[in-house]
Design a protein around this ligand. Structure first.
Ligand SMILES: Cc1cc2nc3c(=O)[nH]c(=O)nc-3n(C[C@H](O)[C@H](O)[C@H](O)COP(=O)(O)OP(=O)(O)OC[C@H]3O[C@@H](n4cnc5c(N)ncnc54)[C@H](O)[C@@H]3O)c2cc1C
Length: 278
């Protein structure tokens, strides 16, 4: 199929992009286009205007400042995959990157686009939640910061207002005691996950604390498994699997029962990563 007709404007500044979103209520921002163009081609979305944000300066780059790693909205997946700063201070994101689609998609897709699109089976929203990260957005009222736990509202639904542009994400920079774990099960490498798990914790030898388990592919948003987190910190891996508090539904990939089983399989794998000593 071909998309419905639409106009195209390349915004040169953030203010211009915000203003265009105000003037054209059904306009869509265009970042890497790897999700948006598919939805246009399938006519799931028929905006009258695409506002290309790729020419806006200040949305690129990775920085380590004030104890956080800040990643600009336009940083491509491939750039994040190769970033030494992300590998050192936000290793969970580095681990997740190779699972996102294929190289051609990672060359164009952006971190901001993935977080704003909020696909429930996507890797990065779960990583942001597991790392207790935050999103920076700019709109007509200026800038604001939204914690990941408040950002993902429902299926492809976020806390972003209709005129807001996601400008960056931030995650706490990893310290010596930070541990991360990542695993997913997909039919083929590069497919969206049937179930996936992004996790972070603090480790003191084999003792874990501040465990955060963020599953994806099991609900409308990335989901924390809080009882399993507590059980992993206090009991152990099998106690955590027994406590797994997820309620997935059947989807085209797998039944709810299979997903719940796979969530336990992933928890064992990820727990071993968290418990690896350095
Ligand atoms: C074949 C294929 C396989 C894929 N597999 C995976 C996968 O396994 N895992 C995965 O996570 N993703 C996968 N993707 C999606 C890919 O990661 C996308 O790049 C990403 O989801 C969206 O990023 P984008 O920059 O391409 O955004 P776009 O497609 O340009 O935009 C997506 C949506 O977000 C909005 N948006 C974009 N940027 C901003 C911003 N800065 N502020 C506010 N709104 C914004 C747009 O208006 C649009 O509604 C796949 C894509 C394809 C085509």
């Amino acid at each position: 199929m071909k998309p419905a007709p639409f106009a195209y404007k390349r915004a040169r500044t953030l203010d211009e992009a915000v203003a265009l979103l105000g003037e054209h209520k059904d306009a869509r921002l265009l970042a890497g286009g790897q999700s948006l163009i598919a939805t246009l081609n399938m006519r799931l979305s028929t905006p009258s205007l695409l506002v290309d944000i790729n020419g806006i300066s200040g949305l690129a780059g990775v920085a380590h400042k004030n104890g956080k790693v800040e990643i600009g909205a336009l940083v491509r997946h491939a750039e994040a995959e190769r970033s030494e700063l992300i590998a050192k201070y936000a290793a969970l994101i580095a681990r997740a990157m190779p699972h996102i689609g294929h190289a051609a998609i990672r060359n164009r897709g952006t971190l901001g686009g993935s977080i704003a699109f909020a696909d429930p089976a996507a890797e990065l929203p779960a990583c942001l939640l597991a790392l207790d990260g935050e999103v920076e957005a700019s709109g007509p009222q200026g800038k604001r910061t939204i914690r990941a736990q408040d950002f993902f509202k429902g299926l492809f639904e976020t806390a972003l207002g209709p005129q807001e542009v996601l400008t960056a994400i931030r995650v706490p920079a990893a310290g010596k005691d930070t541990r991360v774990g990542f695993a997913e099960l997909a039919r083929r490498h590069g497919d969206y996950a049937i179930v996936g798990l992004a996790a972070s914790a603090r480790a003191d030898g084999k003792k874990l604390s501040d465990v955060r388990l963020a599953y994806f592919g099991v609900g409308a948003t990335p989901m924390r498994a809080r009882k399993a987190e507590a059980a992993l910190a206090s009991g152990g891996v099998e106690a955590a699997v027994a406590a797994l508090d997820l309620d997935p539904h059947d989807d085209i990939q797998a039944t709810a029962k299979t997903k719940k089983h796979l969530a336990g399989v992933l928890l064992r794998r990820v727990a071993n990563q968290l418990l690896e000593t350095r």
